[in-house]
Write a protein of this length. Structure first.
Length: 136
């Protein structure tokens, strides 16, 4: 059920390891990861997976996860609003979890009812920063 979080954790650990080696780090002390709200990542599971998968250069790493709220902007009437995960039915929530762009099939502008809006913030998962100690 939480394979999405484990796959994300594997990708993050791999990317951080490659970046750390390329930058000549002896070890990584902290990794800050930004998680868009539309990804609907279960943060507890994601963090657990990260801690289970870290090894070698990442053995001492602390993972800091920060959620980026989703903001939507209607292209028809200009209304900007926040995404409300709780307003989605379970099957819709599951679809958006795996394919965030599917939000357009389930969410409409609260002002005019249009499905034509852009996701201003709250999409994606990215490594914001990596802190560590470089080799002398």
């Amino acid at each position: 059920m939480y394979m999405h979080e484990w796959a994300l954790a594997e990708a993050v650990v791999s990317a951080v390891s490659q970046i750390a080696q390329r930058e000549g780090l002896k070890f990584v002390s902290q990794v800050k990861i930004m998680v868009g709200e539309l990804q609907q990542v279960e943060l507890d599971i994601f963090e657990f997976a990260l801690t289970q998968l870290k090894s070698g250069i990442l053995e001492k790493a602390k993972f800091v996860l920060e959620t980026v709220p989703a903001r939507l902007l209607c292209r028809v009437c200009g209304k900007e609003w926040s995404f409300a995960r709780n307003s989605l039915a379970r099957d819709a929530s599951e679809a958006v979890h795996f394919i965030p762009e599917a939000v357009h099939a389930y969410v409409r502008c609260p002002k005019c009812g249009s499905p034509d809006y852009e996701v201003v913030t709250g999409r994606g998962v990215w490594i914001e920063s990596i802190k560590g100690v470089q080799h002398p």
